[in-house]
Design a protein around this ligand. Structure first.
Ligand code: COI
Length: 353
């Protein structure tokens, strides 16, 4: 995977690729059965799958996914950001969803196969883009009763991507989704099950029409604490008496974002205080935070300048800023520098090393 001889294709306009599906050369696919466990896998080219109509993936949503990215360094090497963390998280979700776990060596092999088959789709160094990798695991065999499938499929496909939100790291307006609860107190919110995501299509489309590209969920039980954005986790910064504090929820109902845990580490390295705790919405109403952002593999760091709840809108900072704030910019620069290979990878986050 350190092939510096395959340059990015010149068939894509790398500055404007956005976040959308595109066909690539091929993807890794594995099949699991109770008798044989995971097979040795294959590299496939047809994006259409042959899946049983009675599969649990299609009938009961027995499915989970991950998102991670491969980057090109200045000297042309290609490396993936923290794949071991995504592998661990996929196995936690798989166990919760009665699906077979993926041994780490298969997870990494699948990532490697897919990246290697698509080296020209890893965007150029410095373009801001990456090859977004999407591991998928689902029940593909028939089962009409409420039980796990007799066969599972594990896939890793890739898509060259730029920014998820069209303005990239420019601040956006967010709104609270009031009429839908994303994550029950003892429910599925902390797992990356596909079923957590489709139900937000309707409220997020409604929000987009009202001018809010990004939507935030509160806790389902009391609607008083910040949960997470529909696409990503919530992080906030405050500056007081020369001390910068990063505040982020880390409870039972939210996804353990690999971006969030990485930003927490970078913040600590910068000497900032970190508070991983429940965040009452009243702290936003009272203007306690100087900066707020959404963070995730796809969203990276997306600064938020206002948060609307019903008729009321709360400014984060001036509420009119057009650039990322100084605090998140410091985190963003270091995070990107590690991914792009511009600074030493002292934490061994990039794979292969
Ligand atoms: C990711 O950041 O990888 C995600 O899974 C977000 C997705 C909902 C677009």
């Amino acid at each position: 995977m350190s092939n510096p001889t395959t340059p990015p294709t010149d068939k894509l306009d790398w500055q404007n690729i956005g976040f959308q599906y595109r066909d690539i050369n091929g993807y890794a696919k594995y099949t699991w059965t109770p008798e044989n466990g995971w097979d040795e896998g294959s590299l496939e080219t047809n994006p259409y799958l042959n899946v049983h109509m009675c599969s649990t993936g299609l009938n009961y949503g027995q499915e989970c996914f991950e998102g991670l990215k491969a980057f090109r360094t200045k000297d042309g090497r290609i490396r993936v950001f923290r794949p071991h963390e995504n592998g661990k998280r996929m196995n936690l979700t798989a166990a919760f969803g009665s699906m077979p776990g993926i041994p780490e060596e298969i997870f990494l092999e699948a990532i490697k196969k897919t990246v290697q088959a698509n080296l020209e789709f890893v965007p150029p160094y410095g373009s801001g883009g990456s090859l977004y990798l999407r591991p998928l695991l689902f029940g593909s065999g028939p089962m009409i009763g409420l039980s796990p499938a007799p066969e599972f499929t594990f896939i890793v496909f890739g898509v060259p991507v730029g920014n998820y939100y069209k303005d990239g790291v420019k601040p956006v307006d967010a709104c609270i989704i009031e009429d839908f609860d994303r994550s029950a107190p003892l429910g599925t919110g902390s797992f990356k099950l596909g079923g957590n995501y489709a139900p937000v299509f309707l409220p997020t489309e409604k929000a987009k029409k009202q001018g809010f590209p990004i939507t935030l969920h509160l806790d389902s039980k009391t609607h008083t604490y910040v949960d997470e954005f529909s696409t990503s986790n919530f992080v906030a910064l405050s500056n007081k008496d020369g001390v910068t504090t990063l505040v982020t929820p880390n409870g039972r109902t939210i996804l353990r974002s690999v971006t969030r845990i990485s930003l927490v580490e970078i913040a600590r390295d910068l000497g900032w205080t970190v508070e991983e705790r429940d965040v009452p919405f009243s702290e936003i109403e009272e203007g306690k935070f100087d900066e707020i952002a959404a963070c995730g593999t796809a969203a990276v760091i997306t600064p938020v300048k206002t948060i609307s709840r019903g008729e009321k809108s709360y400014n984060i900072g001036s509420g009119e800023q057009t650039e990322i704030g100084a605090g998140f910019n410091a985190l963003y620069k270091q995070y990107k520098a590690i991914q792009n290979g511009d600074v030493a990878d002292t934490k061994s986050w990039m794979w292969p090393a």
